[in-house]
Design a protein around this ligand. Structure first.
Ligand code: LHQ
Length: 254
């Protein structure tokens, strides 16, 4: 239910249950988690995308979610959290290439990636309250930070689809791209990162992602530590040399 390709440092993880808009069942969650771990080992960028007309419709609602013995909290802890952690803790940059609707946990799965690029026809739906749930899969963490408290609350309570262009305007995602240019565009973005200074990208992720829970003094200290490591990388030397020689850098990711 996941297809995985690796080409020139670019891993592409495609959610592949198009008949149900790539709804997340237990198998798909496990396969996404495994694919992210594999990509973390062998790729310099990872793209998450969906097969067919949707990105992901969230939890598979035909998976017995209302059975009395189904404990939603346990499903979240045991299966969703490892999947989300594999994405947000991935040491290399992650791109969610949101090809179509992203609903419920599918929307928040996308928001766990470092960069979200959406097709213009895509939309983000905090659908949870429609069926009597609260936004999970990190929604209540990412949304207020990315779009502000008022928009986060409105999106969660009213569950209206947020079209890609508005998601950009709100600061929820990085960019929206016309549908006919979407595929070529995210591939170019991914290639850019796959050919970039991987050590620096890792430092950028560590510094930015942890900044919510640090104060300024701790953050400045962390920047100094990380910059020390970047300064010792081959790619830094190459970057400076290329600049002085007025040519494009050739980064090896070391
Ligand atoms: C689906 C689904 C789906 C199964 C479309 N499941 N089949 C919850 C519980 C447990 C633990 C952890 O956390 C969670 C978190 C959550 O994610 S809760 C939120 C779950 N997701 C939703 O409530 C969204 C449900 N889907 C929709 O509202 C619509 O399908 C959207 C707005 C995504 C797309 O609408 P349309 O473009 O009109 O497509 P459609 O509704 O006709 O769907 C196409 C097919 O996909 C259809 O099957 P069919 O046999 O009629 O062709 C749907 O039944 C199926 N499908 N989402 N989540």
């Amino acid at each position: 239910t996941v297809s995985y390709t690796l080409e020139a440092g670019m891993a592409v993880v495609t959610l592949n249950r198009p008949d149900v808009l790539n709804a997340l069942n237990s198998t798909l969650r496990a396969e996404i988690t495994a694919a992210m771990h594999r990509a973390a080992e062998e790729a310099r960028v990872v793209v998450l995308t969906g097969a067919g007309r949707a990105f992901c419709a969230g939890q598979d609602l035909s998976e017995g979610v209302t059975d009395p013995e189904m404990d939603l909290g346990a499903v979240l802890r045991d299966e969703y959290e490892p999947m989300l952690a594999a994405i947000y803790s991935c040491p290399v940059p992650t791109i969610a290439a949101v090809n179509g609707v992203a609903a419920g946990a599918g929307a928040n799965l996308a928001l766990a990636a470092d960069v979200v690029i959406a097709a213009e026809s895509a939309s983000f739906v905090q659908a949870f309250a429609r069926i009597g749930l609260l936004p999970d899969a990190g929604g209540t963490f990412w949304l207020p930070r990315q779009v502000g408290a008022a928009r986060a609350m409105g999106a969660a309570l009213f569950t209206e689809p947020v079209p890609a262009a508005r998601a950009v305007e709100w600061g929820m995602i990085w960019e929206a791209v016309p549908d006919d240019a979407f595929d070529a565009h995210w591939r170019a973005r991914a290639r850019h990162l796959a050919n970039g200074p991987t050590v620096a990208y890792r430092a950028i992720k560590t510094a930015l992602r942890g900044s919510w829970s640090r104060d300024l003094a701790a953050q400045l200290d962390l920047e100094a530590d990380l910059q020390g490591a970047c300064g010792a990388s081959e790619d830094f030397r190459e970057g400076v040399t290329a600049f002085l020689e007025k040519r494009p850098p050739r980064y090896q990711g070391r």
